[in-house]
Design a protein around this ligand. Structure first.
Ligand code: PBG
Length: 323
C-alpha cells in the first residue's frame, strides 16, 4: 500500500456521495428485531420507567403494536411475558392459556407474516425470580430442562416461529431441539442465547419483566463478563446441539465476542442491544448530553460492524424512522 503523500485517506471522505460509495457497513431494517412485553388485562399499555417508549402491553394492545412493526417493515418481534401469578416452578410459562401463548396466537391471527420469536426462560414466571428449579438454594440444571422443553412446546403449539432459550442451562438447546423434532416442529429454528453474560446491563429489563432474582444473582448460570474463550465453547456446544442462530448478549460491552463468534463459526449471529444499553442512551439524551439518533445509530452500526447479522433492539422502530 502506498503511503503519504501518494495515499491521502481524506480524498475519499471529501463529500457524502464519496463516503456513501466506500461505506463498509449499512444498518438496514432487515437487521432488526423489536422486543415487546406482554401482560394480562385489557386495553393497557404501561410505560416502563427506565425504558422510555417501551411498554407492558395487554394482548389487544400488543396486536396493535405488532401491526405497526409489520407496517414499518421490521421482520420480527421477540416476546416476554409477565404472568398473572408466580410460583416455584413457573407454571404459567408452559400453560396453554398463559400470557405468551395467548399473545402468540393473537399476533399470528392478525399479523401472520410478522416473525414471532419467543423467549424461553423461567425467571419471569418463578416466585424466586431464578431461571430454573431451585433445590437447596441452587438452580438445578437437569430438572429445569424438562420445564424448558414444556415451555418451548407450548410456544410452538401456540404458533411461535422461532424459539429463543435464554436460561443458560447446560444441554437445553439439545433437549429443546429433540422435543421440537419429535413433536412435528422440525422446521422451527432455535435462536440460542449462546453467550449470555451475568450483566448489570439487564437492570431495566428486570423492572419491565418483573423478573429480578429474589435472592442471590445469576452468576452460577450466566457467563462471567471477563471470559471470551468460554463464549466460543458455549457457541460451539449450542451449534452441536442444533442451534440455528447464535446470540451474544449484551452487545456493546461484548463487541469482541460478537466478532470472534462471527469469524470462528460461519453461522448467523444475533446480538442483543439490551435494556441498560438503551436506557443509558435515552437518559443521556433526555438530559441533553448526547444526540440520541446519532449515538443510537453509531452504536447499532458498531454492533453490525463487529459481525452481528441481526440486532435485537428497543431502538428498532426509531431506526426505521432515522434511516
Ligand atoms: C430472561 C432474559 C433477560 C433478558 C432477556 N431474557 C434478563 C435476565 O437474564 O436477567 C434481558 C434483556 C434486556 O436487558 O434487554 N432470562
Amino acid at each position: 500500500m502506498s503511503t503519504f503523500p501518494v495515499y491521502r485517506p481524506r480524498r475519499l471522505r471529501a463529500n457524502e456521495n464519496l463516503r456513501r460509495l466506500v461505506r463498509e457497513t449499512a444498518l438496514s431494517v432487515d437487521d432488526l428485531i423489536y422486543p415487546m412485553f406482554v401482560i394480562h388485562g385489557n386495553d393497557t399499555a404501561t410505560e416502563i420507567s427506565a425504558m422510555p417508549g417501551c411498554y407492558q402491553y395487554s394482548v389487544d394492545r400488543l396486536v396493535v403494536a405488532a401491526k405497526e412493526l409489520a407496517t414499518l417493515g421490521i421482520p420480527g418481534t421477540i416476546l416476554f411475558g409477565i404472568p398473572a401469578s408466580k410460583d416455584p416452578l413457573g407454571t404459567e410459562a408452559y400453560a396453554e392459556d398463559g400470557v405468551i401463548q395467548q399473545a402468540v396466537r393473537a399476533i399470528k391471527d392478525t399479523v401472520p407474516d410478522l416473525l414471532v420469536i419467543t423467549d424461553v426462560c423461567l425467571c419471569e414466571y418463578t416466585d424466586h425470580g431464578h431461571c430454573g428449579v431451585i433445590e437447596a438454594n441452587e438452580v438445578q440444571n437437569d430438572p429445569t430442562l424438562e420445564l424448558l422443553v414444556k415451555e418451548s412446546l407450548s410456544h410452538a403449539r401456540a404458533g411461535a416461529d422461532v424459539i429463543a432459550p435464554s436460561d443458560m442451562m447446560d444441554g437445553r438447546v439439545g433437549a429443546i431441539r429433540n422435543a421440537l423434532d419429535e413433536n412435528g416442529y422440525k422446521n422451527i429454528p432455535i435462536m440460542a442465547y449462546a453467550a449470555k453474560y451475568a450483566s448489570a446491563f439487564y437492570g431495566p429489563f428486570r423492572e419491565a419483566a418483573e423478573s429480578a432474582p429474589q435472592f442471590g444473582d445469576r452468576r452460577s448460570y450466566q457467563m462471567d463478563p471477563a471470559n471470551a474463550e468460554e463464549a466460543l465453547r458455549e457457541v460451539a456446544l449450542d451449534i452441536q446441539e442444533g442451534a440455528d442462530i447464535l446470540m451474544v448478549k449484551p452487545a456493546l460491552a461484548y463487541l469482541d465476542v460478537i466478532h470472534r463468534v462471527k469469524t470462528e463459526f460461519q453461522v448467523p449471529v444475533a446480538a442483543y442491544n439490551v435494556s441498560g444499553e438503551y436506557a443509558m442512551i435515552k437518559a443521556a439524551a433526555q438530559n441533553g448530553w448526547i444526540d440520541e439518533e446519532r449515538v443510537a445509530l453509531e452504536t447499532l452500526t458498531s454492533i453490525k460492524r463487529a459481525g452481528a447479522d441481526m440486532i435485537l433492539t428497543y431502538f428498532a422502530k426509531s431506526v426505521v424512522e432515522w434511516i
